[in-house]
Design a protein around this ligand. Structure first.
Ligand code: SAM
Length: 207
């Protein structure tokens, strides 16, 4: 999804709006340094587990309705997708309490400023948050991306489309504004679960 190389994985990474994903837990097991930020980390393990169970059917039904928007090559069908997603969330839940104690899961709400100094992290990743909800608007996206890049050397964001597979109308304006201060590029990736998306946005500071 983000063309992560071994060199990338060995960087100091922050994962924005990481939610109940298994990335941090798996990275910890593999010996990598990942910090996750999300508003949902204000809740306990039991509360997040309850919310996952409550929303599971809704999310699956949404995917079922939009099934033609996805490539069913690597993941065969909705049943396999459900099992992969629930497995990932279970890995997260198993790791969550310890990860909170180790400050790997931190509560944060964008677009507010994070507590980190400039360039605290080498690489920031953001999946299924920005661009997925274009209703948040251009200013929200710009302020959030500005804060993300303030604390990182590079930020990668994917997907760049909403649930209908459409790029928000403000995408070009955002690229131009960020392009005045940073190197911005839309990079191709091999990961293509969404038919309309096989790319991520890279925003990079000069060395
Ligand atoms: C669809 S989930 C994506 C989770 C994970 N990145 C992934 O790809 O599986 C979106 C996440 O964004 C978080 N979120 C929503 N609004 C936020 C905000 N203003 N600041 C930080 N996180 C937010 C939600 O709590 C949720 O965990």
């Amino acid at each position: 999804m983000f063309n992560l190389t071994t060199a990338d994985l060995n960087k100091k990474i922050v994962s924005f709006a990481d939610g109940p994903a298994s990335f941090n837990a798996e990275a910890k097991t593999a010996g990598y340094d990942v910090t996750s930020l999300d508003i949902v980390y204000q809740f306990s393990t039991a509360e997040i587990k309850g919310r996952i169970n409550e929303t599971k059917e809704i999310v699956l039904e949404q995917t079922r309705r939009n099934a033609e928007n996805y490539n069913w090559h690597e993941i065969k069908d909705i049943t396999e997708l459900e099992s992969i997603r629930m497995g990932a969330m279970e890995t997260f839940l198993q790791d969550y309490d310890q990860g909170k104690r180790e400050k790997r899961y931190l509560i944060h709400e964008f677009p507010y400023q994070t507590p980190f100094a400039e360039n605290h992290f080498d690489l920031g990743l953001c999946s299924h948050f920005l661009f997925l909800y274009p209703g948040l608007g251009c200013s929200f996206h710009l302020e959030t991306l500005e804060e993300m890049i303030r604390i990182c050397q590079e930020v990668r964001v994917s997907p760049l489309v909403d649930l209908d597979g459409t790029r928000p109308e403000f995408f070009q304006r955002l690229m131009e504004e960020l392009g005045e201060r940073y190197t911005v590029a839309v990079c191709q990736t091999d990961y293509a679960f969404l038919k309309s998306e096989n790319s991520y946005l890279s925003i990079m500071k000069a060395e």
